[in-house]
Write a protein that binds this ligand. Structure first.
Ligand SMILES: Nc1ncnc2c1ncn2[C@@H]1O[C@H](COP(=O)(O)OP(=O)(O)OP(=O)(O)O)[C@@H](O)[C@H]1O
Length: 587
């Protein structure tokens, strides 16, 4: 909404100009019928409301000009207290219209015969003159409104700029700094109101050139007045292809490193005490793992899916002097082959189509001073196995598209559920890498080979899920424990955890009964002789086929994976391996 009072001085000047030109008194009121300007006897009334103002009110309402040659007797004067006693002899009033709103009225009033005659003899030319004056006022009021909006927007933008955690510099086409936010002031040690040129603040010819040529730029740079190392992004500002300047974003490199560390240092602290199981096999494994944890040695953890390979790797990291640094886990089997290389080793800017500006750090670099956990190493393609071997031997990494090799201090823990020795024989895994990884092998036995751990794991998950679901489950009946102990657990501890979650969800009374068990556990898949890998495979194939059939009604492989307590990637791999559902589509 436009307000004439916002341009009061202009309105008064316009009233004065009209009065001087026509030699008739002028009064201008706004949309609320408050006098904004007046001449002659109306001048002192400026700012006061028009209590009567019937004619002006009519003009505001109809939007039509009005000419009155009989004030006091006209229809519009009927309600006026001065009816029949009006001092005015004639009156002309026209609306001031901005867009679709009427924002005020200009009125001309005659108090003597001569003024009246002038008014009445030149009605048409007066009306068009007043219209021009009205347009002039509208132009001014719109301009003032736009100026205020612009000022508001500028102050909002400056507030936002000052709230940003990055330093921001706005540069014009002469490479002068036109604006800087509070953070840039701190980063670059600028005093308020200082006039500066880009080269006085940032010392990098590549950056100056990018700004000059209107090109983007990203990279580390040095400040001229500060020792801080900065990371800078330049975005050019162009108008119709003409370079008008640039926006420069600055971040403290130490700060970025701190953030990366905070984001990557494992927030889940895993200790050996969290690895449940007191069987002789597990105790032996934990003793061995605790013993090797402080060393730098590369480790290879082998075990079926869900046996706790990642859990063990985290506990080892936590027990080493690397615990304050990153634990970076990457599942080599779950990442598409074409992305795996850049995930592991990173890349330089422009090294391939789609490469991110500024390049990208690989997982090895992120794990510097910490531990990298290469899960499912058996799924690593052969050409990447060579690269991994090189990193292990040279303790340096080269990003894709770079010739610079970066020194690394990383402990490697690899894991697999596959028989790497067998893969070496068939040529699927490099022998040299196998020996390099297998310096200290750690084998986690499957759950069916340490049945004595089952009750304690059951109790652990029972306590956990009872507390998350806020259900006071007291325990399980002896028959349930027998079923759980004799089930072969192809998905190992992960599957057991899922089964207990299922039971806690289903149970109604205090104790979990046979009815609360998932069908496959109730049916009791028979554990085959443990030494026969063929039979174990058959068992696994059976369990997977069953889970897929059960999940089929719900239509998701994810459900089947959950039932089995294995990841989706593992399920896909096993379906392929066992050629399950060749003639059938499981969704
Ligand atoms: N001994 C254990 N004590 C407590 N929890 C365990 C144990 N073993 C495994 N788990 C739990 O089982 C789940 C699977 O463990 P983890 O991911 O470490 O297994 P994995 O062998 O790496 O599996 P995959 O090969 O499928 O990636 C996790 O929730 C983990 O906490």
């Amino acid at each position: 909404m436009y307000h004439l009072s916002d341009i009061k001085t202009t309105v008064q000047q316009t009233a004065d100009a009209i009065a001087a030109a026509l030699k008739i008194e002028v009064e201008i009121a706004d949309a609320d019928l408050i006098r904004v300007a007046g001449t002659g006897k109306y001048k002192i009334r400026s700012g006061s409301p028009m209590n009567d103002g019937f004619v002006y009110r009519h003009v505001m309402k109809t939007g039509e000009p009005v000419i009155i040659d009989n004030p006091g007797y006209n229809e519009l004067c009927k309600p006026c207290t001065c009816r029949g006693n009006c001092l005015e002899l004639a009156e002309v009033a026209i609306p001031i219209r901005a867009d679709d709103q009427i924002i005020g009225v200009i009125g001309l009033v005659s108090f003597d015969e001569e003024q009246t005659k002038r008014l009445m003899d030149n009605k048409q030319s007066l009306l068009s003159f007043l219209e021009k004056m009205s347009e002039l006022l509208v132009g001014k009021v719109v301009e003032s409104h736009q100026n205020r909006e612009r000022e508001l927007l500028t102050s909002q933008l400056l507030t936002v700029l000052n709230l940003l955690p990055d330093g921001i510099l706005l540069i014009n086409d002469q490479k002068k700094v036109t604006h800087f936010n509070t953070h840039a002031r701190k980063l670059l040690d600028i005093e308020a109101n200082q006039e500066l040129e880009l080269y006085q603040l940032l010392d990098d010819k590549k950056l100056w050139l990018a700004v000059e040529k209107g090109e983007q730029f990203s990279g580390p740079i040095r400040g001229k007045r500060v020792a801080t190392q900065l990371y800078c992004d330049v975005v050019p500002i162009k108008n119709n292809e003409v370079i008008e300047g640039a926006v420069i974003t600055l971040r403290d490199i130490q700060q970025i490193k701190k953030l990366v560390k905070e984001a990557t240092v494992s927030e889940i602290e895993t200790h050996f005490s969290q690895i449940i199981g007191n069987s002789a096999k597990m105790n032996e494994l934990k003793t061995m793992a605790l013993h090797v944890a402080p060393s730098k040695a590369t480790l290879l953890i082998q075990g079926e899916s869900g046996t706790g390979k990642e859990l063990l790797a985290r506990a080892i990291h936590q027990s080493s002097n690397r615990k304050g640094h990153a634990f970076i886990a990457i599942n080599c089997g779950a990442i598409p082959e074409n992305l795996l290389e850049s995930e592991l080793f990173g890349y330089e800017e422009g090294s391939f189509t789609g490469a991110r500006r500024g390049g990208k750090m690989g997982k090895f670099e992120l794990a510097h001073n910490g531990t990298i956990f290469l899960d499912e190493i058996g799924d690593m393609p052969l050409h990447l196995q060579v690269k991994i071997l090189r990193v292990l031997q040279e303790r340096r990494v080269e990003r894709i598209g770079s010739t610079r090799s970066i020194p690394l201090d990383v402990r490697v823990i690899a894991a697999t559920h596959r028989d790497l020795e067998e893969m070496v024989k068939t040529g699927e895994f490099r022998e040299d890498l196998y020996y390099r990884l297998n310096v200290i092998p750690l084998m986690i036995p499957p759950l069916r080979e340490r049945q004595e751990d089952i009750p304690v794991l059951v109790q652990f998950y029972l306590d956990y899920y009872s507390s998350v679901t806020e259900k006071a489950v007291k325990g399980l009946t002896p028959e349930v424990m027998v079923k759980l102990t004799h089930y072969p657990w192809p998905g190992n501890v992960r599957e057991l955890g899922n089964v207990i979650e299922y039971c806690v969800t289903m149970v109604v009374g205090d104790y979990i009964t046979l009815d609360n068990l998932p069908q496959r556990i109730r049916d009791g898949l028979k554990s085959e002789p443990k030494s026969s890998s063929l039979n174990l495979k058959q068992l696994e194939r059976e369990a997977i086929t069953k889970a897929l059939t059960l999940a089929e009604t719900e239509g998701h492989k994810e459900d089947a994976a959950n039932m089995l307590g294995i990841s989706r990637a593992t399920l896909y791999r096993k379906i392929k391996e066992y050629q399950i559902g060749e003639n059938k589509t499981f969704f």
